[in-house]
Design a protein around this ligand. Structure first.
Ligand code: PEP
Ligand code: MG
Length: 325
């Protein structure tokens, strides 16, 4: 089997009825680009840039950011790279002043909220990303957006950074695409508005599950309640994909769910055509894509959407997968 998965690297993730699925890698460190290439990824679908803040003892400088981002861009050549702006707080604790005694850190000052509170730090990172955009197809993605105003504020900081670079005569890609993560239920409900204001979306199921089900993703006492198979979660994904498609904006998925072959048929059936996962998971997911037709996936999705519990969903998807492989 190992050899077979290795052979898959150079084969396209194409369904038996000829639909291409984009396979992207999630990375945290620039060196992980090698894993993406080794697994035949079509690009990087999620570059978690937090590591720069979590390693060194002080806030990274613009040049330190730039060096990391430029190395990823150069290694990926002409393949697209989605860089997520800082997603610190809650489970990713930085050395900068965050409230230490937050009672509900996942509902607190994290991610885009933290970035908008520390605009200088945010601008530093955005400048570095813009500078790195001359090396390939770089896209910028904002995490944990929960309201339109929040998105607009983030876009304004980006527009300011662009204007500054322009004035300084520093080159960057003027047409770079700007997207957002869909990982808060309020964003799903407002998708018809968000489609007007971003170029692309990526569903972050790790957070979407916890916010949809009110289950802390890091609390082992409630880990049994935390699952992508919960019908409510699947409905939120369906709503997101439908709204993005209706608005003509590409949508992918980058949470753990997209790297689990159990869900591949369901996700294709719901209309997803781009999946981003930890590179090691890509060959298995690709194998499912290459073994099934979209028509069959649509039937699987339609049936799944009628089920009432996570247990039923898991049992059904497991049966379907066993039948396939
Ligand atoms: C997610 O929430 O699904 C996601 C991809 O982001 P992270 O796991 O970094 O919060
Ligand atoms: Mg997240």
């Amino acid at each position: 089997l190992a050899v077979k998965l290795q052979e898959l690297r150079d084969l396209p993730a194409e369904t038996t009825d000829g639909v291409h699925v984009q396979m992207l890698g999630n990375i945290e460190f620039p060196s992980e680009v090698e894993h993406c290439l080794a697994r035949g990824a079509d690009g990087v679908g999620l570059y978690r840039t937090e590591f720069l803040y979590l390693t060194g003892g002080s806030e990274p400088t613009e040049d330190e950011h730039y060096e990391a981002y430029a190395s990823v861009m150069k290694a990926m050549g002409d393949r697209p790279v989605v860089m997520r702006t800082l997603d610190l707080g809650a489970d990713k604790l930085p050395h900068l002043p965050t409230p230490e005694d937050e009672r509900n850190p996942f509902l607190g000052l994290r991610s885009i909220r933290l970035a908008l509170k520390h605009v200088d730090m945010f601008r530093t990172q955005l400048r570095a990303m813009l500078r790195a955009s001359v090396h390939g197809e770089l896209k910028i993605m904002f995490p944990l957006v929960s309201t339109l105003i929040e998105l607009r504020r983030a876009k304004m900081v980006l527009a300011d950074a662009m204007e500054d670079l322009e004035e300084e005569g520093v080159p960057f890609d003027r047409n770079l695409k700007v997207g957002m993560m869909v990982e808060v239920p309020s964003a799903v409900l407002m998708m018809d508005h968000f489609v007007e204001e971003v170029d692309f979306f990526s569903i972050g199921t790790n957070d979407l599950i916890q916010y949809a089900l009110a289950v802390d993703r890091s609390n082992k006492d409630v880990a049994g309640l935390y699952t992508a198979a919960e019908p409510a979660v699947i409905k939120l994904i369906q709503m997101s994909v439908d709204a993005a498609n209706a608005g003509g904006k590409p949508i992918s998925m980058c949470g753990q769910m997209s790297g689990n072959p159990l869900y591949t048929m369901l996700l294709l059936g719901l209309g997803l055509r781009a999946l981003s996962a930890t590179p090691a998971a890509l060959p298995e997911v690709k194998r499912v894509c290459r073994s099934v037709s979209i028509k069959r996936c649509q039937k699987v999705a339609a049936h799944t959407l009628r089920l009432e519990s996570a247990r039923d969903v898991k049992n059904y998807l497991r049966e379907e997968l066993n039948r396939l492989l």
